[in-house]
Design a protein around this ligand. Sequence first.
Ligand code: ZN
Length: 314
Amino acid sequence: MSDAKENADLRLGIDLGGTKIAGIVLDGEARVCAERRVDTPENGYNATLEAIIDLVMALESDIGESGLRLGVGTPGSVLPATGRLRNANSQCLNGKTLGADLERALSREVRLANDADCLALSEARDGAAAEHRNVFGVILGTGVGGGLVIDKQLITGRNGLAGEWGHTCLPWPSSAEMRQPPRCWCGLDSCLEAWISGPGMTADHVRRGGYDIPARDIVERAEAGERLAGATLKVWLQRVARAMAMIVNILDPDVIVVGGGLSQIRWLYSEVPKIWAQHAFADHIDTPLIAAAHGDASGVRGAARLWPLETEPT
Ligand SMILES: [Zn+2]
């Protein structure tokens, strides 16, 4: 058992995803002391809550500690007035008071944030954007989200919506895109998530006559020279460029960092910067577009760092 000072330096992070729940313990210098992963239960909110509680207890048992500071990254966001989750694509979470339920079960204060917020915070603190003040973090995966860090501080916004980029409309749509806007699970038409998420890329590929295959297979086929897959990938890159030009116009961050499964598409970093100045309100854009340094672990590291280290601003 370590002393009280060391315990105060430890932070426990949980990243609640659609298929996995990841947990991590970081020490005062953000080094990993313990980590675990479990499958996200498929049978609703109570099972998910239990799985998070079990994971916290298991991680604390791994290092012989208890009562660690706990941060949790979730899909969607917390409505500030009620503490209830909303807008989560794991829809069993919506309307639930996850933060209060965890606080009651684990007898401690719990900090909750959107998963893209956690990615942005992690990358701004000690990841790919560590050299920059103002960071927009993007998740491109099963869902599409964003998080905003200004002067190394996470900005959640008056309504808890800052960076909520995935459920805005695809900007500068073509007439074909306007004729057949995809319906998003959230009920709106033409959300970025419906166009540029992994399932969005697949749906687009099917619309142009391709097979119903995952985004990574479309990219592989495009790289192997398959014409139809190449066309799907090219249009996807153009849409991502338009979506990011909108971020540059509104926020003009020092850097845009990309996480999520689609962040592994190397064409993002070579092609999008060639296209986005056609849409942003400037002849030339020199914003770095880079992949998250901590990869899959960025979300869970950022969740732990919802509690700043002693050397960081609160
Ligand atoms: Zn939507």
